[in-house]
Design a protein around this ligand. Structure first.
Ligand code: SAM
Length: 281
């Protein structure tokens, strides 16, 4: 069952992005809200969000009385509130159920595409350390990061990483139709655009150093959120997380000089998120 839109956990509000609905509150930026995100998004203005970085509760079928209903409503809500050119990063893994991967991630990706999102990229979030083992399969060490866009992404700031080789080398130059391979001494590039596989350490000090965050059972690495925020938005843009848990996405948006809105159905998790953000002023 959906809870009503109950309470906003106000911080420094800076501009509305939705009117007061029957629930009676207006939606403002730079706030955390305790709400069912489907109801919440229905009250947001359309085409307002530059970037969503979010992660659903994986395969929580029993709690939601049927997987597809809630997920589909969330997907459609996200499509409505995302600006043309805006991006949704959907971080998702599969549960192992009775020895099999559920493949809910695949079904979700296909559905998001069917309703009108563009599957701009399928990225991998690789966990540098993971204690999780299966006796008859390799240790699962990644999740998907579906990068979905409403049309073509309006912003892309490619993140760079150092190249493995540096210094000077003889490099091919002016290779003509005679296939003569002329070489000249040239300086190798010092950095290159990252690949679409991003690796993060997980756990205390990796996921985050905010102890309070671990009151939530499924925090994603704050660097993951920060890297997507820098990739797909500019300062002053609006970053959204409809299922923000411990507040990772709002925290990183705030630190990156972006506006944020964070929503979670659980008052306990929103209280954690609030505490976490307070530590960063
Ligand atoms: C995987 S966790 C997100 C964790 C978050 N990325 C973080 O770093 O802390 C999923 C969250 O979805 C929230 N949630 C589940 N159903 C929801 C709904 N209908 N509306 C809003 N939040 C919901 C849960 O309370 C949970 O905190």
């Amino acid at each position: 069952m959906h809870r009503p839109l109950t309470k906003d956990r106000g911080r420094d509000a800076a501009g509305g992005v939705g009117g007061a609905g029957p629930g009676g509150i207006s939606i403002r930026r730079n706030r955390l809200y305790v709400a069912d995100c489907v109801e919440f998004m229905a009250r947001m203005d359309a085409d307002t969000v530059d970037l969503t970085v979010t992660s659903p509760p994986y395969d929580n079928l029993r709690h939601y009385n049927g997987y597809s209903f809630d997920f589909e409503a969330i997907a459609r809500g996200l499509l409505r509130v995302t600006k043309p050119g805006g991006v949704v990063v959907w971080v998702v893994g599969d549960k192992i159920d009775g020895g099999r991967r559920t493949l809910s991630s695949f079904r979700q990706g296909l559905f998001l595409q069917e309703i009108g999102f563009r599957m701009h990229d399928v990225m991998i979030y690789r966990k540098k350390n993971t204690p999780f083992m299966r006796s008859n399969a390799y240790t699962s060490a990644f999740e998907f990061m579906f990068v979905l866009s409403k049309g073509s992404p309006k912003t892309f700031n490619p993140l760079k990483e150092p190249t493995v080789r540096s210094g000077y080398e003889m490099l091919p130059h002016n290779k003509g139709p005679d296939a003569v391979n002329n070489k000249v001494l040239r300086e190798l590039k010092k950095e290159k655009t990252r690949t679409n596989i991003w690796a993060y350490a997980v756990g205390m000090g990796g996921t985050t150093s905010d102890k309070v965050a671990f009151g939530h059972p499924a925090v994603f690495p704050e660097k993951l959120a920060g890297d997507h925020i820098r990739s797909w938005t500019e300062p002053g843009d609006l970053v959204f997380d409809p299922m923000c848990g411990s507040g990772t996405t709002p925290k990183m948006a705030r630190l990156a000089g972006r506006h944020y809105i964070g929503v979670d159905i659980s008052p306990e998790y929103v209280a954690i998120a609030e505490q976490r953000l307070e530590a960063y002023g």
